[in-house]
Design a protein around this ligand. Structure first.
Ligand SMILES: NC(=O)c1ccc[n+]([C@@H]2O[C@H](COP(=O)([O-])OP(=O)(O)OC[C@H]3O[C@@H](n4cnc5c(N)ncnc54)[C@H](O)[C@@H]3O)[C@@H](O)[C@H]2O)c1
Length: 337
């Protein structure tokens, strides 16, 4: 029997998840959906092969025909939906952030700990990207010795009009925060967010680009350039510098073209394209784990820790100084992937 998945929020990410579940995850099917916009939910339900359309997220969670839930509605809806899934004993894949506030992240970590088993997966899909997975495997194998530094780049062609200065950290750099924690196997202890001259392409005083410096517990220093209106495409890079060499993600292209005096690779235009394989692997892992009554990959603690670093980054941006990260939530059920 395939795992019957309910999706709350069928906007950009919810629609991607619905399509991937319907087309690429043999062990699952989309059983129910809801969205604040009924027409959007209806369209996704019919594309996914005729899922039930519910009025609200709590109806999706409570549906006896739903075994597991994907939460892809806006951040301020996440905590209550995830807590409802824990209450119902249903595995949940919650898109980042785990919750809109650190207090709500702590509530989720505590509720899962009280339950005593892992039911919360957070949508940090880079952990399922083949490049990042190989980078971690080779780091862990000791290929470049002890890591000392990392350089990360996160550029989007254009950000949505509602993107604020804070969101460059809470919505974009937060992916690097999780990736760095996972690659290096340690927490981030201090954050410094710096905003150089801003691009004139974005009106309204949005600080874009930014450089976010992360210092880990053991003293690895990571610089993250976030530039969400970089125009030319979607570009994610990561190089870890160790005592014996460096490991860097290769450009995600199969072909190098040499023509008219130029050798080059195409730059992808969006995260859906760049991380297509990761979204598939993420949902396959979620469905396989849900069939066993649990989840895979990044968990509630990872969602909390990444949010704590992002909140410290926002504070640093405003205060103009480094900010220490205090992780004071209850101990997690089990470590993330
Ligand atoms: N992992 C990733 O790569 C990635 C990428 C983009 C967005 N996200 C995350 O996914 C989530 C959704 O982002 P998005 O870009 O799809 O936004 P979106 O605005 O495209 O979609 C959100 C949808 O939720 C619906 N909605 C609003 N309130 C709702 C409610 N109470 N119940 C049910 N539906 C509701 C909206 O009508 C909309 O269709 C966010 O948390 C975002 O941070 C993750």
């Amino acid at each position: 029997m395939p795992v019957r998945v309910g999706i709350v929020g069928t906007g950009a990410m919810g629609a991607v998840h619905a399509r991937v579940l319907a087309e690429a995850v043999a062990g699952a099917r989309v059983a129910a959906v809801c969205d604040a916009r009924g027409d959007v939910a209806e369209a996704v339900a019919s594309e996914a092969g005729g899922a039930t359309v519910h009025a609200g997220g709590s109806d999706v969670v409570a549906d006896p025909g739903v075994d597991a839930v994907v939460v892809a509605s806006p951040a301020d809806t996440h905590a209550e939906l995830v807590l409802a899934c824990l209450e119902a004993g249903k595995p949940v894949l919650c898109e980042k952030p785990l919750a809109a506030t650190l207090e709500d992240c702590r509530r989720v970590v505590a509720a899962e700990a009280a339950l005593g088993r892992r039911l919360v997966q957070v949508g940090f899909m880079r952990r399922f990207d083949p490049g990042y997975a190989e980078l971690r495997r080779r780091l862990r194998a000791g290929e470049i010795g002890t890591p000392l530094l990392a350089h990360c780049v996160h550029r989007n062609a254009h950000a949505p009009g509602f993107f604020t200065s804070d969101m460059l950290i809470t919505d974009s750099a937060v992916h690097e925060v999780d990736a760095v924690r996972w690659l290096l196997g340690e927490e981030v202890a201090r954050v410094t967010a710096l905003a150089p001259r801003s691009t004139r392409r974005v009106p309204g005083g949005v600080r874009d680009p930014q450089v976010v410096l992360l210092e880990t517990d053991s003293g690895v220093l990571v610089d993250v350039e976030v530039f969400v209106n970089a125009v030319y495409g979607y570009d994610v890079r990561c190089e870890v510098v160790g005592e014996d060499g460096t490991l860097e993600l290769a450009p995600p292209a199969a072909i190098v073209a040499r023509r008219q005096g130029v050798a080059g690779v195409a730059v992808v235009q969006g995260f859906q394209e760049r991380f297509a394989a990761a979204y598939v692997a993420e949902l396959r892992a979620f469905a396989a784990a849900a069939a066993r009554g649990t989840v895979a990959g990044p968990g509630a603690w990872d969602g909390y820790a990444a949010a704590a670093v992002a909140h410290a980054g926002v504070e640093s941006l405003r205060a103009g100084r480094p900010v220490d990260v205090a992780l004071d939530a209850q101990a997690p059920v089990a470590a993330g992937r």
